[in-house]
Design a protein around this ligand. Structure first.
Ligand code: GLN
Length: 308
């Protein structure tokens, strides 16, 4: 059981101690709509596996989850077609290359948290057409975030679809080497739709808490994600979730996490809690600068590092 009053005190302190980083970094602008946010906005939320949430700052803003959707894509691909098929197409190793790099996909995609990896896992999600598949994704996200309303950020989606030449080339390349099957445009569309899901920090930390709870709902009544799938997903989040900074981040913060260029970072502390930070200014890798600092600090003060 976590002491919620103490948790809130520590979160407040971490926010205060990260104020010096408030103006550092740049918001993502390669998807033009992402630059239209309040750059100084900040929010943090922690949800325990017992279902209690402490949140501070802006806990209402619907953040574009961006690459955090890769976690959902992976979970759904694993549940829909099984690990053997998924990992015949996507590897399990970290990479020093950027998330949208073309280099690590020569023959097989290096891991599911690169764009190429998530385009591949998206291609394995079952459904009759894109809309049916995306509805399944939205339903899953809604179940995991405790039934709260999940938003589709249409302007973000349209903005990315207009500018996503690089992901389009990745999708067509993957099709040309037989990693993805079917219509490359539709698979790209599904991937970008996932990136445009809008969730606030409380919904994200709830998803984190469900995964921290071994995939069971927080009232322990329903197994929302298969245990085996949770195990695989968390391992890959730990080793590959923060792009080419994953190793350094794991040393500093010490729990499985996944970031997105919308500015959120979702952290999962198995058996304890899910935590999410939001601050849209990013470093060169695409990770939220203030978010990383807050997570490093609360990891230490709340004793959340899984290795020590
Ligand atoms: N939609 C973004 C892209 O494909 C996601 C990248 C990210 O969050 N790192 O480029």
């Amino acid at each position: 059981m976590m002491d919620l009053i103490e948790t809130e005190r520590i979160l407040k302190l971490a926010i205060k101690n990260s104020e010096n980083l408030k103006c550092e970094g740049e918001v993502a602008s390669y998807i033009p709509e992402l630059a239209n946010v309040d750059q100084d906005n900040f929010g943090v939320s922690l949800t325990t596996t017992e279902g209690e949430t402490v949140s501070l700052g802006d806990d209402k803003f619907k953040i574009s989850i961006q690459s955090i959707s890769k976690v959902i894509d992976l979970i759904m691909a694993l549940e829909d077609v099984g690990a053997e098929k998924v990992f015949s197409k996507v590897g399990t190793e970290p990479t020093e290359y950027k998330f949208n790099s073309l280099i690590p996909i020569e023959e097989k995609v290096v891991n599911p948290f690169l764009n190429a990896g998530a385009i591949t896992t998206s291609s394995l999600i079952s459904g009759s057409d894109v809309i049916n598949k995306f509805n399944r994704v939205m339903k899953k996200v809604s179940e995991l975030s405790n039934g709260d309303e999940v938003t589709f950020l249409e302007e973000v989606y349209k903005s990315e679809m207009r500018t996503t030449d690089r992901n389009r080339s990745i999708a067509y390349y993957l099709k040309s080497i037989g990693i993805i099957e079917g219509n490359a445009e539709e698979i790209l569309d599904l991937y970008v739709r996932g990136c445009s899901i809008g969730l606030n920090v409380r919904q994200l930390s709830t998803i984190g808490a469900v995964l921290a709870n071994g995939g069971r709902s927080l009232d322990n009544k329903v197994q929302l994600v298969e245990k085996e799938v949770v195990k695989t997903t968390l391992a890959l989040m730990a080793t590959c979730g923060m792009y080419e900074e994953s190793g350094k981040y794991l040393i500093e913060v010490g729990f499985p996490s996944k970031s997105g260029v919308g500015g959120a970072i979702l952290g999962i502390i198995p058996g304890k809690c899910g935590v999410c930070t939001y601050s849209p200014r990013l470093d060169e890798s695409g990770n939220s600068i203030r978010g990383k600092k807050v997570l490093a600090e609360i990891s230490k003060t709340l004793d959340l590092n899984i290795f020590i």
